[in-house]
Structures are given as C-alpha cells and as structure tokens.
Design a protein around this ligand. Structure first.
Ligand SMILES: Nc1ncnc2c1ncn2[C@@H]1O[C@H](COP(=O)(O)OP(=O)(O)O)[C@@H](O)[C@H]1O
Ligand SMILES: [Mg+2]
Length: 259
C-alpha cells in the first residue's frame, strides 16, 4: 500500500558494524506521528544500537535516517535532541545528586533561549523563561504522579519511581519522537503495571511517536501498534502484535527462546 504522507521517522538500510560484528544489518523502519512501534529481540539483537544510531551516539556505516524529511544521520546527540528526539536509557540517565525537578529542568535545556550570560543581562526575560519552564516541568510531574518526589535527589528514588522520573526527563523535552529503552526492565509486576498505565496516559495526553524496546511481551502486545522483531541485527519480522506472536521465525528466534 502506498503511503499518503511521509512518516515522521524513516530509516532505510541502517547498517552498523563493530569490527567483525554486524550489530545492524540493513534495517528499515518507519514510525508515523502518534504511532508506537515496539522493537523486540534477544540480548545483543541490536535494539539499543538502533537508538544510538537515531540519536547520533553511533555513526552507522550505511543507511539513511530522516525525521520529518530532515536527515538525522551524522548529527551530534544535542542536535538530534533539539530536533525533538528524546530517549530514556536502559540504565538510568538521571543525575543522582540533583533533585527530580532539577533533572526534568535539565531535560528542557535545549528549549531554553536564554543562556547564563544573556540571563545576567536580561534578568526579566530569563525569569519569565524560568517560570514557563517550571510550569512545563510541573505538567510532566503531574502527569506521571511524581509530586511526592519533586525535591528528592534522583539517587534516592525507589527503582520504579526512578524509571518513571527517567521517562519524565525525556518528556520534559517535549519530544516528537520518544525512544524508550526497556522502561520496565528490573521492575516487579506492580511497578510494571504502573508504568504501562503511565505510558497509556502519555500517549493519550501528549501523543508523541514512540519506539519501545522491551522484553516484557505482555507490555509490547498491549501497547504496540506495530512490532519489529530483530535477531543478530537482522529484521526477522514486522507487523501487528497479533501477526508477530504467530510468526514462526519470531517464535524460533525469540519467543521460543524465552519460554
Ligand atoms: N560500543 C560497542 N562496541 C562494540 N560492540 C558493540 C557496541 N555496542 C553494541 N555492540 C554490539 O552490537 C550488538 C548489538 O548490541 P545492542 O544494540 O546493545 O543489543 P540489544 O540492545 O538488542 O541487547 C552486540 O553484539 C553488542 O555486543
Ligand atoms: Mg539493549
């Protein structure tokens, strides 16, 4: 079927090698506005590498990545963030000695127009900007029900809350595309169900396009519009959650292995 319009994110022929290891082998994927694409696959399949290519941490040897028609390939991480791509990390990316609100404010750094020096010269403008940023951060705090932890240093947050704060830091950037790397890894059942509920809420309220890398199959099947299955950097299958669950190659590569 022909697409009517360009997808938000378009990846073609993405190939990434580390010496003799091919982490990604000609991967293609599209994500539409507001869509949630899940990427599944065993450890070492190349899931995190996709994120690292998207946000400019790794330089793929081949392939193209465009966001809303603009090339992302070759851009530095800060430039990609400024274009509206935010990510959460498999191992938390919070500054442990800063409070939760301070971490979320840092997430907005690229949106801030007034730097330190101009802030000194234009005190009034800087103050108004600061108030606007605080208000935006408070909306995220409220959406994720993080009020009780506002002033808690991130390093002291309970694990499930820290993962939610990590999501909050990414949301504070007001992303068009949100990359979630194993948001429920290491969580117990209750924490996982909480996170699923918050992710549903984020979709409903903020409607960012999302790529979700996750091992928890129930979460993937509940949340994803489409699923891409990877194994050793190669696309094994792509389709709806129902299609993927019954795909023999996926079962062999992943679901079977997990069972
Ligand atoms: N910085 C790196 N240096 C060398 N090899 C790497 C690096 N990052 C990833 N790899 C390799 O690329 C492959 C894919 O890794 P990764 O994307 O982390 O997989 P996943 O997130 O699916 O578990 C693995 O074989 C891994 O060892
Ligand atoms: Mg990974």
């Amino acid at each position: 079927m022909e697409r009517v319009s360009e997808p938000l994110l378009r990846v073609r022929g993405l190939t990434l090698r580390f010496g003799g290891v091919t982490a990604l082998d000609s991967v293609d994927l599209d994500v539409d506005r507001g869509e949630l694409l899940a990427v599944i696959g065993p450890n070492g399949a190349g899931k995190t590498s996709i994120f690292n290519c998207l946000n400019g941490v790794y330089r793929p040897q081949e392939g193209t990545i465009t966001l809303d028609g603009q090339p992302l390939t070759g851009r530095a991480p800060a430039a990609v963030a400024a274009l509206g791509v935010a990510r959460t990390f498999q191992n938390l990316g919070l500054f442990t000695h800063l409070t939760l609100v301070e971490n979320l404010m840092l997430g907005r750094h690229h949106l801030m127009r007034t730097g330190f020096l101009t802030g000194m010269l234009w005190w009034g403008r800087a103050k108004r900007e600061e108030i606007a940023h605080r208000a935006a951060v408070e909306e995220v705090v409220e959406l994720l029900e993080l009020e009780p932890y506002r002033h808690t240093p991130a390093g002291l947050l309970p694990y499930g809350v820290a993962k939610r704060a990590e999501l909050g830091r990414a949301l504070a950037m007001e992303p068009r595309l949100l990359l979630l790397d194993e948001p429920v890894a290491g969580m117990n059942l209750e924490e996982t169900e909480d996170m699923a509920r918050y992710l549903v809420e984020v979709r409903r309220e903020l409607k960012p396009a999302m790529i979700l890398v996750e091992h928890d199959m129930r979460l993937v099947m509940d949340l994803a519009d489409r699923v891409l299955a990877l194994d050793f950097g190669v696309m094994v299958a792509t389709g709806t959650p129902e299609h993927i669950q019954s795909d023999p190659d996926v079962i062999a590569a992943y679901l079977g292995g997990a069972a």
